[in-house]
Design a binder for this molecule. Sequence first.
Ligand SMILES: C[S@@+](CC[C@H](N)C(=O)[O-])C[C@H]1O[C@@H](n2cnc3c(N)ncnc32)[C@H](O)[C@@H]1O
Ligand code: SF4
Length: 439
Amino acid sequence: MSFVVIHTICKRFAPVIAPSTSRGVHCQATGSTENSVCKTAQERLMAETATLYVHWPYCEKRCTYCNFNKYISNSVDEGRMERCLKKEAETLITMSGVKRIGSVFFGGGTPSLAPASTLNSVLETISKHAYLPKDAEVTIEVNPTRAASPKLRDFRHAGVNRISIGVQTALCGLVFCNSRCIELGKQLFPGRLSVDMIFGRPSQTVQQWMDELHQILPLLGGHISLYQLTLERGTKLFKQVGRGKYSLPDEDTLLEMYTSAVQILQNHGLFRYEVSNFASHGCESLHNKNYWEGGQYIGVGPGAHGRFMPQGETIRQARIQTLEPDSWMYEVEHKGHATRKAVPLNRLNILEELLMTGLRTTEGIPHQHWTSVSQGSSNLWDLCQVCTGVQDLLTAELLMLDSLGLRATSQGLLILDSLLPLLVSCLQDYYSGHKREKE
Ligand SMILES: C[S@@+](CC[C@H](N)C(=O)[O-])C[C@H]1O[C@@H](n2cnc3c(N)ncnc32)[C@H](O)[C@@H]1O
Ligand code: SF4
């Protein structure tokens, strides 16, 4: 058996997965289909809890590799943005019926350009409409410029207790990235500082990458995310590579970069707990964990994504907000929110997502969690048993199924993107067979 290694070992996780069209999954607890009410106590708890993502869409400059939803503007109406973020947070929390927000993440764009008072005000709004525990994880993404350093203290006073710094490369002696900013972040947010780095950049060698990692190690504060560079269509880098100006490292080099990073970080006490994420014990990102476990999340701000079940509805929706900031603000001012699209997700869609995100973690998917999300309509033992493709992956020791649950082995994690289509197809076959049996 051979697998094509897709060169996305460590792609940045984006919780955006197109739902498929199958419907009508059976609920064993009540004998009803998912379109009617079927809730165990655990499900009710899951329905009443969510995390919340806030998107700040502005940046100072456009990085050549980036295709995130961001805008360069000299005249940001910060007051209007703040009012609209608060309004949309209020509307969506109320719409979701969620009672508890487990964590908040200010992402971008460059949210460290936002005034600290805006963050504080958004957090206060959240607290007014749901229970936000005092010690809930509240993260902000920070671009480590000279100007960002003095703001870190203000962010902490505003209620932020974790920062994620986009270092990307340490090779240029942390020029783009002001090392003082990282040091200060480490002091102000002990054990709650994360760093993002990108590998697989044009002409980068394994040795250069290892040097970069060694250079960053003394600055680390418990958590690091490593992303393999994705060549995104429409970016300047995409065109430059297309014209032959730059070339990217080949697959063997990428694999070596990744495996040597895993080793270097492990020797430094940072353990891989997800394909791209490494932490010392207790420093894992709780906010991201919720995505990987298939929990609900509310997305506020231009282009933000959400996954939640609106109150009074019986199925979850995948929601995306209007992208462009001025249109987004206009809609929020007129309707209270700017959801551009809300797509219903049936139980199978949710399980597909859980499979794709859960297997990115080293823990994998615990049996109890799968059974709960599937509302008892399937279990991992049966699923793996009936699909010969999955049996092959188990035999090849790329997957492991035991009393804890289903997970990818170290070898399996290296080629996860090649394994997932097969797993998803098995799941779909299982549910279409299951549905036929019921008919
Ligand atoms: C979209 S940025 C937002 C936060 C902040 N502006 C920054 O640049 O760090 C979040 C992270 O996405 C990652 N990222 C952005 N574009 C990427 C790409 N084309 N390939 C891999 N990672 C990318 C970077 O590691 C970056 O830290
Ligand atoms: S990588 Fe970050 S700073 Fe650069 S353009 Fe994208 S969002 Fe902005």
